[in-house]
Design a protein around this ligand. Structure first.
Ligand code: GUN
Length: 299
């Protein structure tokens, strides 16, 4: 597909469908590992506190584990648990041979040193790809656990048949979870995009997005990207998951991304929806990493 055609209405990139196909492959891998080596991949999910968005992400991750035949172990801790107890739990899980992947749901409640907590996870079980060892390996192109959302984004772009080689990709947001690693992955040898990373210190983001063939928006704010900021035919990857009040919804809110879907879809050639775009792929790549951690444990 050309990245620069002039469609007036964008193709919607179906993350749910790619997630479904990828999870079938993962489920087959899980079944084979069990049949050949008697190993069932196990993921430990630690949730501290009861942030509603985190609770729903953790629930979705556990459900996805069950669907592909993996084990998940949920460890819930109150928001006021001493950090030492959390670190001790991680140390136990590092030593537990039934646990192949460990995930600490972020953000942690106020008062926790997130860096210290992530550093406590063994890099061999760091299926989020958040530890300095895995981040470093990713940057220098060594075998590692790739962070799930950025990896899912690269897979979605491939699935949509979009070739970003030599194209200009603009990433909005410089978080350690999405912005920085997705910029690195898009610029990797083989993917070969030319990448600009915009952030809260960029005075005129639109100046860059108007030049972009692909915009990845991961700013955590609805309306960050609007159609007037796009070049006709650009591809929009929307990483935002924002709850906005909606009295017509039974839950009292609805989910929107960081891009204004209607105006962007008028100008773009392809766009990921929220929900149903990047989100399902994030969880899928977590399963993928957990399967590969379990495979690596085979002696
Ligand atoms: N919080 C938001 N995204 C993520 C993620 O991918 N992993 C973890 N552990 N926490 C998150």
């Amino acid at each position: 597909m050309s990245v620069t055609n002039n469609n007036s209405s964008a193709r919607v990139i179906d993350g749910k469908e790619l997630a479904r196909r990828t999870r079938l492959e993962i489920a087959a891998g899980v079944a084979a590992l069990k049949a050949e080596h008697g190993i069932v991949p196990g993921l430990a999910v630690i949730l501290v506190g009861d942030n509603p968005a985190s609770v729903s992400y953790v629930t979705a991750k556990e459900k996805a584990c069950a669907e592909v035949g993996m084990l998940s172990r949920e460890i819930r801790m109150p928001a006021d648990v001493p950090e030492r107890a959390l670190l001790d739990e991680i140390a136990r899980l590092n030593e537990d041979s039934a646990v192949h992947g460990i995930l600490v749901q972020l953000p942690l409640p106020k008062g926790f040193d997130e860096k210290r907590v992530i550093d406590a996870i063994s890099p061999e079980k760091d299926v989020d790809g958040f530890t300095p060892v895995n981040v470093g390996r990713m940057i220098i192109g060594e075998q590692c656990f790739l962070p799930c959302t950025p990896h899912g984004i690269v897979k979605l772009i491939e699935f949509a048949g979009i070739d970003v080689r030599g194209r200009h990709a603009v990433v909005i947001g410089r978080s350690n979870i999405v912005g920085k690693p997705v910029a690195a992955l898009l610029a990797r040898k083989g993917t070969d995009a030319t990448v600009t990373l915009c952030h809260t210190g960029t005075p005129d983001v639109a100046r860059f997005t108007r030049e972009a063939d692909v915009v990845v928006v991961a700013a955590g704010r609805p309306g960050t990207l609007t159609g007037d900021m796009l070049k006709p035919g650009a591809v929009v990857i929307d990483v935002g998951v924002n709850r906005v009040p909606d009295a017509t919804s039974p839950r009292g809110y609805r989910l929107v991304g960081d891009a204004d879907f209607a105006s962007c879809a008028d100008v773009a050639s392809a766009i990921t929806p929220v929900p149903g775009g990047v989100g399902p792929m994030t969880i899928t790549m977590l399963m993928w990493n957990t399967l590969s951690a379990a495979r690596r444990s085979v002696v």
